[in-house]
Design a binder for this molecule. Sequence first.
Ligand SMILES: Nc1ncnc2c1ncn2[C@@H]1O[C@H](COP(=O)(O)OP(=O)(O)OP(=O)(O)O)[C@@H](O)[C@H]1O
Length: 470
Amino acid sequence: MLVLAGGLPWWTHRRRRMRVTVDRTIQAWPNIAEQVGLAGSRVLSAVVDVWGWRARMALRGGQTVSDVVAHVPAIESGLGTRPGAVRVEPDPAHAGRATIRVLATDPHAEAIAWSGPSVRSITQPITLGVFEDATPVRVSFLRRHALIGGIAGSGKSGILNVIVANLAACADVVLWGIDLKGGMELRPWVSCLDRLATTPAEATRLQRDAVGILEARARAMGDGSARVWNPSPQHPALIIITDEYAELAENAPLAADAADSVARRGRALAVTELAATQRPTQQAMGRGALRSQMDIRIALRVRERRDTDLILGQGMLAAGWHAHTLDAPGKFLISAEGLDHPRRARGFLVTDDDVSGEAARWAPIRPPLDDLSAAAVGTARDAEAEAGGECGPGEPQIIDDSVDPESALWAALREAPDEGLTIPELIMTTGMRRTWIYARLQNHAAGERAVQVSRGRWRAADPHREARAA
Ligand SMILES: Nc1ncnc2c1ncn2[C@@H]1O[C@H](COP(=O)(O)OP(=O)(O)OP(=O)(O)O)[C@@H](O)[C@H]1O
């Protein structure tokens, strides 16, 4: 029903009132500018929009957009708006101009419902939510590492869910998860994750396997002419998602070292890290330079002003990125290629029901790792074992140096009964993971050294069994 007042729709009245306010403000601007420390700036034009009004400003010679940003609280006071109502946007064509927006109502006051994934391929930019002017926040995760930070309850898991729900719909990316809070956040996605690590030992294996994969990819590409790994369903990208990265850095330092290696070398090979944490201090991010490798930075609400710089990078607070002023969960600032102004956004709200629905919907299309990458799983750990590598403090020893898993597998296949051994039996014998076993069995089968006797049961091919018997 249209609400009419005096025969006219309500928004006509509101707009008229707003226009009067804007006219008065323009007239009074020279005085206001004087009071707020921007003397000499002029209003070039002003328009009333759905959320309030905006004005193009010409700054006095020598004034910059940073000066205007630094005066935002004073401008709000001078204009008599509510705190947090004024936004400042630079003019990409002119350093001495800026747009001041006044939001009479908060466009992000209400949660924005999730309406399904925006992509079907990792090569397309993902829509995370909307900016205050209703334009979509679109960002590509291909060959980019990402960091999400913000206090407890600011909506980190919410943003992670938006990203995972989109990536799950892409058949050209394999997703690995690390969730050392017992799998609380990522377990609902388990049907879409190729691997989920919930203990420090599993996380260490997982990150080292990612290093093994990137090394295998680098070697394979060194042999050929390709310079980058172009993801496709047959050759998927690999994204490692870590919820609460500080837990990983503290409890599995060797996993964090491996993540560092992935962050430094993984872009061209489409092996990337996506980490969420409350305060990405040096300690929370591990010993290396992981934070500096993060190409996409998403800051949800922080408690202390200076924490903005921890998430987004040094100098961002001073440049007007005020994550401490975000006032509802899911509101964020994002810094990424093509997104270099402090514009407030709100992420879509993905409910628990949405998560179960999306996980069930996309599980059937999830791709396996390509053969090259699957065969590389375990290799970084094998190399470590050969070099006598140790696990991190407090972690269970995950590699038994006295048993070479390759030899253990081969011996087991040769000694297997006629009906063969099952995969779980081979896992028990070698101590290696299912993907490692599969890759080795495929190799043995291709070399006619092993046969699959019946579904899921394997033994060595006859000549090799006979040879051993003899
Ligand atoms: N985009 C959003 N829009 C509206 N509400 C949201 C949004 N994202 C999260 N919320 C709400 O905010 C609350 C906290 O969100 P979330 O669990 O994602 O925070 P968090 O930063 O991950 O917290 P923690 O660090 O404690 O895990 C949830 O109840 C959720 O419903």
